[in-house]
Design a protein around this ligand. Structure first.
Ligand code: PLP
Length: 390
């Protein structure tokens, strides 16, 4: 019998991780109804294959690794120079000035969004509600105080700084947002930058879905003047280039943030041993002009899926947002269903698996998330089932 004292903060985490519970219910339904096909519009995993340019780069790098003169061992903790440069060039192509030295390559934005808590002392962590659960879970695990910002239909799911404490805090912004699909416009992001500068706060801007932006919303917080002195940006190839299983992302710590970048490198050196050479070459290829062109085809494919689903919801008069700057569609559960009630109804009646909004925070109750990361056949079939049965 273990007698060690464990981390008491774990007791404050919500019961089970959202996707574990949805998976459990889906598996149960499938076991009881083996003949019925469930369309999976739940977990935010992509389905389109890697771009040919990426695969070629991986093969070339794998071949190099098999030669004595091409072998690579531990990668640098901050990433190979070639990838840091490719990321900086990608920002430059979007008119954003980021230097290679400000880029820290990692195996995923999830790792970065959870690891960044190591840098914070005793301060409030401001997190929108609803949002990607990893921020709040990591915050709770590390014993920090969370201040939730209500993201509601009334504020377009984009909370404003007047809801935040008037003191130095760490603020998580997820734009475009998972799960609501809402993206801040220039004015909205500028308000946050002004707030951060006034209060001495740090913004952590998770831009994992920035490649999906099709409106004029900024695709980097650094488009806002002054943001480099108050914001870290996280981005990932998971959703933009189908790297959910390949794993490559980055955090930008601008020089203007002073000691924070050094602390991040120190933290990464202690806890992380770099991203595989083969993967970094693949990431470099994904960020090349040809790689971006090929991935853009997949993004366009997901966008078409989103439009199919949104059209049925509009036909049915069901309130929804997202699907424009985001692969996620966020809908108000029709009738009297709560989020989990609607999840069960969708699963049992329509055989469509989505994600209950309540799993993303208190304000997600009564809402439901569908993703467009499916095949076009599944999007058509899901739209048809919703048209007939919802
Ligand atoms: N950030 C957001 C907002 C996400 O929704 C996700 C994954 O769903 C991630 C980060 C994780 O990204 P990665 O695969 O790079 O760890």
């Amino acid at each position: 019998m273990l007698k060690i004292k464990t981390n008491e903060n774990f007791a404050s985490l919500s019961g089970s991780y959202l996707f574990t519970e949805t998976q459990r219910r889906i598996r149960l339904f499938e076991a009881e109804n083996p003949e019925k096909k469930v369309i999976k519009l739940g977990i935010g995993d992509v389905t389109r294959p890697l771009a040919p340019t990426v695969v070629e780069a991986m093969l070339r790098a794998a071949e190099e690794m098999g030669r004595a003169d091409g072998f690579h061992g531990y990668a640098p903790e901050a990433g190979y120079g070639f990838l840091r440069t490719a990321i900086a060039e990608n920002y430059a192509s979007r008119g954003v000035d980021v230097r290679p030295e400000e880029v820290y390559v990692s195996d995923g934005s999830k790792s970065d969004a959870s690891g960044i808590f190591d840098l914070f002392g005793d301060l409030p962590v401001v997190i929108p509600d609803p949002v990607y659960p990893v921020y709040a879970d990591s915050c709770v695990m590390s014993g920090k105080k969370v201040v939730y910002l209500p993201a509601t239909r009334e504020n377009g799911f984009l909370p404003t700084p007047d809801l935040a404490p008037d003191r130095a805090s760490a603020i998580f912004i997820c734009s475009p947002n998972n799960p609501t699909g809402a993206a801040y416009g220039t004015a909205g992001l500028a308000e946050w930058v002004a707030y951060a500068k006034r209060t001495g706060s740090l913004i952590v801007c998770d831009a994992a879905y920035s490649a999906f932006i099709s409106s004029d919303c900024p695709n980097s917080i650094y488009r806002i003047p002054g943001a480099k002195s108050c914001a870290v940006e996280l981005n990932s190839l998971s959703k933009s280039a189908g790297f959910t299983g390949t794993r490559c992302a980055w955090a930008v710590f601008p020089r203007e943030l002073g000691e924070l970048a050094g602390m991040w490198l120190r933290r990464q050196s202690a806890k992380f041993n770099g991203v595989a050479y083969v993967v970094q070459r693949a990431a470099e290829a994904a960020l090349s002009k040809q790689g971006m062109r090929e991935s853009e085809e997949n993004i366009a494919y997901y966008r078409r899926n989103a439009q199919k689903i949104c059209s049925v919801l509009s036909e049915k008069g069901i309130y929804h947002t997202g699907g424009i700057d985001s692969p996620y569609i966020w809908l108000k559960c029709p009738g009297t269903d709560d989020s989990w009630g609607f999840f069960d109804r969708m699963l049992h009646r329509l055989r469509i698996a989505g994600t209950p909004g309540a799993g993303f925070g208190k304000n997600g109750e009564g809402y439901f998330r569908l993703t467009a990361f499916c095949s076009d056949e599944d999007a058509d079939e899901a739209a048809e089932r919703m048209r007939k049965l919802l």
